[in-house]
Ligand binder design. Structure first.
Ligand code: ADP
Ligand code: MG
Length: 848
């Protein structure tokens, strides 16, 4: 920086007005999505019942939003694009009750600064329309009368042309930006009842595709069906506001029940309960129109309190398979304003997870709350909100979901568990020796249950009980055999007890039952839910000798858990420690005295010669310096896998594999190779497996099977477009479609064929997954995860097994293959393929 420049920087001066405008505008309109959102919001604020969004080349060329709202009066043309000029509030106090989407008066002025903007508008009281063109500062450059229906059209071209870096980013990622825009637009489509919103995109090849179209219905349901298809709508449950259980309310309920049970003459009115101070906890009031409430007139005042929160919306059922694989369809609103209430979002997903652990729900939720307890003026894009009663809102949301999911047939049948539990009960008292174990186990389970949620007690309890049941059932040791000291968690074997029957290996298998045997009603899903260390295939062994006597005190900590086995070690009293069977050792002594035929060679040497040799050797070793750089430092240990991989990928190029010298096979499972001074060990199975896997990934075209009836897919407009653009990728994966480009969004694609393979069933989820992958980052060899899993298992079967002796050429081939693999460091199941063993140079220097 020159002297003059520094000087000028040092004095504080206001930033030039235009620059400020540009800087700030970039913060209001961050992306294509926000630009479209702002224009749509303006149209909705203008009372439009028809909003049309038109893009050219994904918004790169043009963005246009037309509406049939009340239009802009001529007096306002100039103010329209001025910073902080709005017709929606005059005073700060207006902000508290603001019901329009816009209120900051920034959008149009920002868009002016970031793009070329023109507006055609006809006010409802005007007989003609005017086209106004603005410059980047928001000044009118031309005004021409024209014809148009009442309403406004805002046209943007060259978005971000004044911010070159951002424009470059936008043009580079235009498809992703477009997807984000549609996703945000969906939020407005869903919440805007009585408004017809359409969006279409015209690509450079002049093909026009309809992205989304709602029908202007007055029901949210219909909007959901328009955007996501009828099937999606049918899988949803309507959310009903459930207020948090109130102690007093419970008292009333309880009392009223007893009243009914006892005498009809006794009425609830006789019970004096003061309900006045109940309003403190705003969230815990009674449901507004729950007429069947058990409370009598005395509690009327309480019931009639205005409700602070009401939830309106829909959520996926928690039944297995009813959710989605990602959180891609979750729409939240506060007083119909699309926003991201982070904590509520997290809560809903957490609650849902407890019922359907492997999926995420579709959510459309409008939190209706007193406007004065919401601050919507948090960020320029108005996506964040502050709720003064957040905790109360969260409680209501939680209670509502729990209530909603309460009666959904889950993956577990409660009756059958209860039956199981009761049938198991008698055994509870039997082997007291295991009660302490069980307590420990169940305590662990309970802890996990508690940490997730208090309100899912029922579910969690039941799952605990299953574990309980199975475990309990498993111990078939009788009271006479074992006694338990109840005071602490120790087991004292009864000295007087009869010896247990002795099994051959001095080991008695106490439990070999799996859960599947004992609880047929539990589906896989629930199994996973209750999965813990002591899982289904937990087999418990108790090693003991005839008497179990001298064992004395055994703590739970003595139980060693090894993979799936719990082993209780007890010291054997009767069994003498077995002495190793020492084989006879041969010594040289036997050979002594025997005549041996040995060749004799005469060697001549002198001390000087030896000394010279020694010196030479020493010098040579000194010269052979340590390697200038230690390339591989990590030890072979699963803990350092990541580090090892980093080193390997840094030091070994694909070509290096070809240069490696094959030294030999080790232990019938590993190839030892050498590259310069470094020795490597290669897992023969893992490396062959990843090679075969990648080959399958690249070359396999799955055979497909024709469906008897083409299946409606009901994809969103955007997904349909992605699918249509990538038909080839889908075909490679065995999916082909019937495409009707002119049909309405969600109705354009029908599934014709699905991939066919023994034991593997593919379907709509795989298509959705593939769409997601294609959208996030396109890859020629995109495969749904289940196809990958199938390839992985095929590759495994094809590959060289551990235990196979390999010839040198076989080994050479395997090592050469590694140079062709994209990701050579791990097999598809994650096992490492290659590790550095040792640097030979280092070995030498150490010896010296
Ligand atoms: P805000 O929406 O926060 O008021 P904007 O910059 O988005 O700020 O819009 C400025 C003003 O322009 C609005 O207050 C509104 O009066 C007017 N306006 C913008 N778009 C439209 C439209 N589509 N129809 C009618 N009036 C509009
Ligand atoms: Mg606005």
């Amino acid at each position: 920086m020159s002297e003059v420049n520094i000087q000028s920087v040092r004095s504080i001066k206001p930033i030039n007005g235009d620059t400020v405008h540009k800087i700030c505008s970039g913060q209001v309109v961050l992306s294509l999505a926000v630009a479209v959102k702002e224009l749509v919001e303006n149209s909705l604020d203008a009372g439009a019942t028809n909003v049309e969004v038109r893009l050219k080349d994904y918004g790169k060329e043009l963005i246009e939003v037309s509406d049939n709202g009340y239009g802009v009066a001529e007096d306002n043309f100039a103010a329209l694009t001025l910073k902080y000029h709005t017709s929606k509030l005059c005073d700060y106090s207006d902000l508290l009750g603001v019901s329009s989407f816009g209120f900051r008066g920034e959008a149009l002025s920002s868009l002016c600064a970031l793009a070329d903007l023109s507006i055609t508008t006809r006010h409802k009281d005007s007989s003609y329309a005017t086209k106004i063109v603005y410059d980047h500062k928001g000044n009118i450059t031309s005004k021409t009368p024209c014809s148009r229906q009442v309403g406004t059209t805002v046209t943007l071209t060259n978005l971000f042309s004044t911010l070159p870096v951002r424009q470059k980013e936008f043009h580079k990622n235009y498809k992703r930006e477009f997807t984000r825009m549609t996703s945000l637009l969906y939020a407005y489509c869903l919440i805007s009842t009585g408004v017809k919103i359409t969006c279409n995109n015209q690509t450079s090849s002049n093909v026009r595709t309809l992205v989304v179209a709602t029908q202007g219905s007055s029901l949210y349901k219909d909007n959901i069906a328009c955007v996501f298809g009828i099937k999606q709508m049918q899988s949803l449950l309507e959310i009903k506001t459930e207020y948090v259980a109130n102690i007093k309310e419970n008292i009333l309920k309880g009392l009223s029940n007893t009243v009914q049970d006892r005498e009809a003459s006794e009425t609830i009115d006789d019970v004096e309960i003061d309900l006045s101070e109940d309003s403190n906890d705003a969230a815990s009031n009674e449901i507004p129109n729950s007429q069947e409430t058990v409370c009598s007139q005395k509690s009327q005042g309480y019931i009639n309190k205005p409700n602070p929160v009401e939830l309106v919306g829909f959520i996926s059922s928690c039944a297995h398979g009813s959710g989605r694989s990602t959180t891609d369809r979750q729409y939240f609103y506060v007083n119909s304003r699309p926003c991201e209430p982070t904590k509520v979002i997290k809560l809903i997903n957490e609650v849902y997870k407890q019922y359907n652990p492997h999926q995420y729900p579709f959510v459309f939720l409008n939190i209706v709350i007193d406007r004065t307890s919401v601050d919507v003026n948090v960020t320029p894009d108005k996506r964040q909100v502050f709720l003064t009663q957040e905790k109360g809102v969260m409680n209501v949301v939680k209670a509502s979901l729990l209530k909603l999911f309460e009666n959904i047939p889950r993956t577990i049948k409660l009756e059958s568990i209860e039956a199981n539990v009761s049938s198991i009960e008698p055994e509870l008292s039997q082997p007291r020796i295991f009660n302490s174990f069980l307590n420990k186990f169940s305590r662990k389970n309970n802890e996990t249950a508690k940490s997730t949620s208090d309100n899912t007690d029922l579910k969690r309890k039941s799952s605990t009980l299953i574990n309980y049941g199975v475990v309990k059932k498993s111990y078939k040791i009788s009271k006479e055999e074992l006694e338990c000291n109840e005071e602490n968690d120790t087991i004292i074997a009864n000295e007087d007890s009869e010896p247990c029957e002795k099994s051959e290996e001095n080991t008695k298998i106490i439990n070999a039952e799996t859960r599947g045997d004992s609880n047929d009603d539990i589906t896989i899903c629930e199994t996973k839910l209750t999965k813990n260390k002591y899982d289904t295939d937990t087999i418990m062994y108790l090693e003991y000798s005839d008497k179990l006597p001298n064992t004395q005190i055994r703590n739970i900590s003595d139980i060693v858990i090894e993979s799936h086995q719990v082993v209780c070690k007890t010291k054997s009293s009767s069994e003498k420690p077995r002495k190793p069977n020492l084989a006879k050792i041969k010594t040289d002594k036997e050979e002594l005295g025997k005549p041996i035929n040995r060749k004799t060679v005469e060697l001549k040497t002198s001390l000087e010669h030896v000394e010279a040799l020694f010196k030479m050797n020493l010098k040579h070793n000194q010269e052979k310096a340590r390697p200038d750089r230690i390339k591989f430092k990590s030890t072979i240990n699963p803990v350092f896998n990541k580090k090892c991989e980093e080193e390997l990928s840094r030091e070994i190029s694909k070509e290096s594999f070809k240069k490696m010298e094959v030294i030999g096979q080790f232990n019938l499972g590993f190839i030892i190779t050498r590259l310069e001074d470094d020795l490597f060990i290669i897992d023969q199975h893992a490396t062959d497996e990843i090679y075969n896997f990648e080959t399958l990934q690249k070359t396999t075209e799955l055979t497909s099977q024709k469906l008897v009836v083409p299946q409606k897919l009901e994809l969103t407009g955007v997904n349909e477009q992605i699918l249509m653009d990538n038909v080839e990728v889908f075909r490679k994966n065995g999916f082909t479609f019937e495409i009707d480009k002119d049909a309405l969004p969600t109705k354009r694609v029908k599934l014709l064929t699905i991939p066919m393979s023994k034991n593997w069933v593919f379907g709509k989820e795989d298509i959705e997954e593939l769409l997601f992958m294609l959208r996030e980052n396109y890859h020629e060899h995109c495969r749904p995860s289940r196809v990958r899993a199938m390839f992985a298992s095929r590759a495994c079967r094809k590959s060289v097994m551990i235990g196979t002796a390999l010839g040198k050429s076989d080994m050479r081939k395997l090592v050469d293959h590694m140079s062709e693999i994209e990701q050579p460091w791990n097999c598809p199941h994650g096992r490492p393929t290659i590790r550095h063993l040792v640097n030979i140079a280092m070995v030498h220097t150490r010896e010296d």
